[in-house]
Write a protein that binds this ligand. Structure first.
Ligand code: PEP
Length: 258
């Protein structure tokens, strides 16, 4: 972890939690994380719970994120949610291009690119997910895939725009599988992304951008991951659904900073 970049831990609740459960979870998180000052904390509930969760988060240090958006502002797009709608309910972040969206909902680099544009237009911070699957890793294609995801996602964006985003490196084989990338495997790809951004933009931007790791992050492995010089936080799936484990992850991430 680099002390210049503020760490960020985000919980991706995926399609979990009824509104009652979401309110319970976030009420406990608010209580137990209220003394955390050194780390940005974000929760990303399903769309249906955003508004209720936002109400609970009033006057707290926990920020609200969504899990997806559609790139048009409004119109005949049944089932979709726009960036302006997310903004209105108080979201500040939005996950874009999660591997589950790429795998099950035909998300492509092109649609990821349009979604990032819409998020930035509405002042939402995109958390852009990139990462290889097991087949690609086993065929030594990790760097090619990550390069392709980054170049496709960021095509046509200015430095000022890219500075506002967060990248989440999420090896697909580590998501929800209990198999975490080793800190060294994660660090190697984070460094690669930073070097790529250096070539695409400039050294300062590459140095300052925050890159989270995601893939079976737990209280037991966050410390070692955060100790890596290019890992600035985590995007947490399963372990963000329990108040105890998410609090421990945030506190352990804090501890390494102090
Ligand atoms: C995720 O959904 O982004 C994720 C990393 O999930 P998990 O922590 O469950 O592997």
């Amino acid at each position: 972890m680099n002390t210049m970049r503020r760490p960020i831990i985000a919980g991706n609740w995926k399609m979990n939690k009824s509104n009652f459960e979401a309110i319970d979870l976030v009420t406990l998180l608010k209580r137990d994380l209220n003394d955390v000052n050194d780390v940005d904390i974000v929760v990303c509930p399903p769309f249906t719970a955003l508004s209720d969760v936002k109400d609970v988060l009033t006057d707290s240090n926990i920020m609200l994120g969504a899990q997806n958006l559609y790139w048009e502002d409004a119109g005949a797009f049944t089932g979709e949610i726009s960036a302006s709608m997310l903004k209105e309910v108080g979201a500040q972040f939005v996950i874009i291009g999660h591997s589950e969206r790429r795998q099950y909902f035909a998300e492509t680099n092109d649609s990821v690119n349009k979604r990032i544009k819409a998020a930035l237009k509405w002042n939402l911070t995109p958390i852009v997910c990139v990462g290889e699957n097991l087949h690609e890793r086993e065929n030594n294609r990790t760097f090619d895939v990550v390069r392709d995801h980054c170049e496709g996602a960021f095509d046509g964006f200015s430095e000022e725009e890219i500075e506002k985003i967060i990248i989440a490196y999420e090896p697909v084989w580590a998501i929800g599988t209990g198999k975490t990338a080793t800190p060294q495997q994660a660090q190697e790809v984070h460094r690669f992304i930073r070097e790529l951004l250096m070539r695409m933009y400039n050294e300062e931007l590459a140095r300052d951008i925050r890159i989270q790791y995601g893939g079976s992050v737990k209280p037991e492995n966050i410390t070692e991951l955060m100790a890596q010089p290019d890992i600035d936080g985590a995007l947490v799936g399963g372990a963000s659904l329990s108040h105890e484990s998410f609090v421990k992850i945030v506190k352990n991430a804090c501890a390494i900073r102090t």
